[in-house]
Design a protein around this ligand. Structure first.
Ligand SMILES: *Cc1c(COP(=O)(O)O)cnc(C)c1O
Length: 394
């Protein structure tokens, strides 16, 4: 008979940081059991439906013969062509669909496998702090050495490349970025991307830039791709996702584009691990990228309206934050005397609003909490009303 203690998790798993979100989830449950209605602004999980013409395309694809077969590992040609055409239309960037585009099972999958393709044990990988946790854990899984680049408000939440010690830069093989940024909502300029490309060339780094939020922008703000910068294709790969733009988070479809060698290395990792995306989903992905785009404009309007409701409430509460130009988050500074954890608790206890404490995204996230607005208007209006009462209460 097997002894209970017979299995130890791998060193990889043991090295993972504690999951700070579990504690706050447990608190939420406890309050809900007491009958308190919690408004969950913690998770960024698109709540609106996938546009019907995309769903329709999936339904049609299920009627074709052989839809059940193993799909193409790197993505069917139609999907990779659609991704290349989308980049041309959106950013005026030309890509070869055969060598410079690969399908991903969501952007997260690409980000998680990239370090395995680009670094060896002990290599330094530069990553943004705070970040979407996979940027950090994927480096650990690849046995690399994660080196944080703090994203600070005084620097518009862009990393200060000049502050990276030369000996670190020389030992690094990968730099990862995510603009528009989750969780800080920072946006990158082309000038910043130029600086990244120069830095990467100087130190022979691969650049991994996650563009998942490119279409979630406000007030006409222009979101660039890194490939709008000369020479970026020599060093970079950029991942994109249909999750946010088309409300397709559960479908698991995205793609990576850029330097043919880097795209190829990523595809070598993937062909040894997964077998690509269910083909009917890829065909629906083609429809998403090439079909009617009016849903995307509508989506931005919905998020902008929600953003403004939440902004009004946060102002009433006397909190300090930047109005986001992109993403569906607001990154709010915690009031003096609070930590990220204590303020998240305070919001939950006093006004029944759940947010994500900033330190859960990394050390430099301490001092902030993240509000997501992937929640219906009515809930946000109620959240704003509750926030307005907060000032008097504290
Ligand atoms: C939501 C999000 C994604 C999208 O991930 P998918 O795997 O494509 O669903 C990617 N990167 C960041 C930073 C995100 O917040």
């Amino acid at each position: 008979m097997k002894n209970k203690a017979q299995f130890e998790p791998s060193q990889r798993l043991k090295e993972l940081p504690p999951y700070v979100f579990a504690e706050i989830e447990a608190k939420k449950k406890a309050l809900e059991e007491k009958g308190i209605e919690i408004i969950d602004l913690g998770r960024g999980d698109p709540d609106l439906p996938t546009p019907p013409h995309i769903v329709q395309r999936l339904a049609e694809a299920l009627k074709t013969p052989h839809f059940n077969r193993y799909p193409s590992y790197v993505g069917i040609t139609e999907f990779r062509r659609a991704a290349a055409r989308w980049y041309k239309k959106r950013f005026d960037v030309s890509l070869d669909p055969q060598t410079e585009v690969i399908s991903l099972i969501g952007s997260k999958e690409g980000v998680s496998h990239a370090p395995m393709a680009y670094i060896d044990q002990g290599d330094i990988a530069l990553y943004p702090d705070p970040c979407f946790p996979i940027f950090y854990t994927s480096i650990l899984f690849a046995k690399g050495k994660p080196y944080p680049m703090p994203l600070l408000e005084e620097n518009a939440f862009l990393p200060d490349l000049g502050k990276i010690p030369q000996e670190v830069a020389e030992r690094a093989k990968l730099i990862s970025l995510n603009y528009p940024n989750n969780p800080t909502t920072g946006v990158a300029t082309k000038e910043f991307f130029s600086e990244v490309v120069r830095f990467a060339k100087k130190y022979h780094l691969a650049v991994l830039q996650d563009l998942a939020y490119s279409e979630i922008f406000y007030d006409g703000h222009y979101v660039p791709s890194i490939f709008e910068v000369d020479g970026a294709k020599d060093v970079a790969v950029e991942s994109h996702s249909l999750s946010k733009t088309y409300n397709m988070a559960g479908w698991r479809i995205g793609f990576a584009v850029g330097n043919a060698e880097l795209v190829n290395y990523l595809s070598l990792v993937k062909t040894n691990i997964d077998v690509g995306i269910f083909e009917p989903i890829q065909l629906a992905g083609v429809e998403a990228l090439e079909g009617d785009q009016t849903g995307v404009d509508e989506l931005r309007k919905v998020y902008q309206r929600r953003r403004d409701i939440l902004v009004a409430g946060l102002r009433e509460a006397g909190l300090t934050f930047n109005i986001p130009q992109a993403t569906f988050y607001i990154w709010v500074r915690v009031p003096t005397g609070h930590t990220s954890a204590s303020f998240a608790d305070h919001l939950l206890d006093k006004v029944g609003i759940m947010v994500t404490p900033g330190h859960g995204f990394g050390k430099s996230g301490e001092g902030y909490v993240r509000f997501a607005f992937t929640t219906p208007d009515e809930d946000l209006t109620e959240a704003a009303r509750r926030l307005a009462t907060l000032k008097k209460g504290v």
